[in-house]
Design a protein around this ligand. Structure first.
Ligand code: PLP
Length: 429
């Protein structure tokens, strides 16, 4: 919970950094109030400047799947730092990370490392356009693929929280080839292909949406996307920046048993340092410069520290128990919903592996449009949980994350707090 010292810190930051933050959703604008300033993190916990400890379900927005500051990751980064921070020349480490990614996600035959999920998604669209020689692509409302101009249409995450899905500064001509429709809307996406099929380079989606809260795709929706792409020679792009190595060892594509043409990655593959990647079919990836004509570059791409953190993280994940991770998500979500039931507050929840979401809604949420109908109780719930030392994402439109460092007792304590909070909210109604 923000203290008067945090108010001062935030005021100081706001004088010099727009909104006081370097990424909008951190500002608590989705829930009101002053953000907590974090000083350090370890395992499943973060501490604020007053040394108050919080059980953390944000996990740096996804990367901290092993828990914060995993000793092996920290040791590997410290060790490599002594040899220099960046060379701008090839390193064997990059090849090792690329190989590790292809082992864990076999649909990826070739991969290019970048420094953020935004870069990965932006580059994947450029590549898909070049490969198909077409301009249009489809994205789904509530899905967030980073902040490249042509994605800022019906975007989720911070753009949803702030109510600015179409950002000023993006010329209309930059989004004229972005086609959008609702997630899980089979009819609408079929219609888009009927009208524009021969111009559609690709369909990009978060296979489990995490930027509008957690939303699961229906089987029919996925089958429709696969067959529409196949029949129209369009590429299917899975944005696994959030779901990659998070919902399962092989990402959402393993859970859903789908081989996308291209995949974008981020978050977990940097283990807490900035790494993104895009990869997929070799015939498509071979178009990238310098092998092919499609340009994309980065001064710090493949940075040795970041690659080391990512590689160590993936190596540890190879033998980790995702069943245990999913069990914690299940226990947490069942606990929240049960508590809601007990106090007459309807809730919906879902999870996959270490990713979960809940809505204060009385009907299942299948799209961003459904999500927007959920009750604003979330804000109250969020603040009351924070007061008690449980740090959830400060927005109703963000998935939550459980890490391998969370214990049974962390989860039980969180559920107990949710009971207390929901009882309080129900009494105040
Ligand atoms: N794609 C998805 C699914 C994301 O969740 C995000 C970020 O939250 C991005 C892309 C953009 O990644 P980054 O913030 O690393 O640029």
């Amino acid at each position: 919970m923000a203290t008067s010292a945090d108010h001062q810190r935030f005021e100081r930051a706001q004088k010099i950094i727009p909104g006081g933050v370097n990424s909008p959703v951190r500002s608590f604008s989705g829930v009101g109030g002053t953000p907590v300033f974090i000083k350090k993190a370890s395992g499943a916990y973060v501490w604020d400047n007053q040394n108050k400890k919080y059980t953390d379900y944000v996990g740096s927005w996804g990367p901290a799947i092993l828990g914060h500051a995993h000793p092996d990751v920290i040791a590997a980064v410290k060790n490599i730092a002594d040899d220099g921070l960046s060379f701008g020349a090839p390193t064997e480490l990059e090849t090792s990370l690329a190989e590790q990614i292809t082992i864990m996600m076999p649909s990826i035959e070739m991969v290019r490392l970048v420094s953020s999920g935004t870069e990965a998604c932006m580059s994947a669209i450029r590549l898909a356009r070049a490969f198909t020689k077409r301009d249009k692509f489809i994205k789904f409302s509530g899905c967030y693929h980073g902040h490249a101009d042509f994605f800022l249409v019906q975007a989720g995450s911070g753009a949803a929280t702030l109510g600015i899905p179409n950002s000023p500064g993006v010329p209309a001509s930059f989004t004229q080839h972005t086609l959008t429709c609702g997630f899980n809307d089979v009819k609408a996406v079929t219609e888009l292909f009927r009208k524009h099929g021969k111009d559609i380079a690709s369909v990009i989606l978060e296979p489990f949406v995490g930027n509008a809260g957690f939303i699961r795709p229906s089987d029919e929706f996925l089958q429709t996307l696969q067959s529409l792409c196949k029949n129209n020679d369009s590429l299917l792009i899975f944005d696994e920046v959030m779901t990659g190595f998070r919902v399962a060892r092989g990402g959402a594509q393993e859970v859903l048993n789908i081989k996308p043409d291209l995949t974008t990655l981020g978050k977990v593959i940097g283990g807490g340092l900035p790494v993104g990647a895009y990869g997929g079919r070799k015939d498509i990836m071979s178009l990238m410069a310098p092998l092919g004509p499609v340009y994309q570059a980065g001064t710090l791409s493949g940075n040795p520290l970041a690659v080391t953190a990512g590689l160590k993280t993936l190596q540890i994940l190879e033998s980790a128990s995702y069943e245990k991770l999913a069990e914690h998500s299940r226990k947490l979500m069942d606990g929240f919903v049960q508590a809601g039931k007990q106090y007459g507050i309807p809730m919906q929840s879902d999870f996959c592996g270490g990713m979960f979401g809940f809505f204060f809604a009385d009907k299942p949420v299948r799209s961003f449009e459904d999500a927007k109908l959920a009750s604003p109780i979330f804000k109250d719930f969020f603040h009351k949980m924070l007061e008690r030392g449980f740090y959830l994402a400060p927005s109703a439109y963000e998935a939550g994350f459980v890490s391998f460092a969370h214990t049974d007792s962390d989860v039980s304590a969180t559920v107990a707090a949710a009971h207390e909070v929901l009882r309080e909210i129900s009494h105040a109604k």
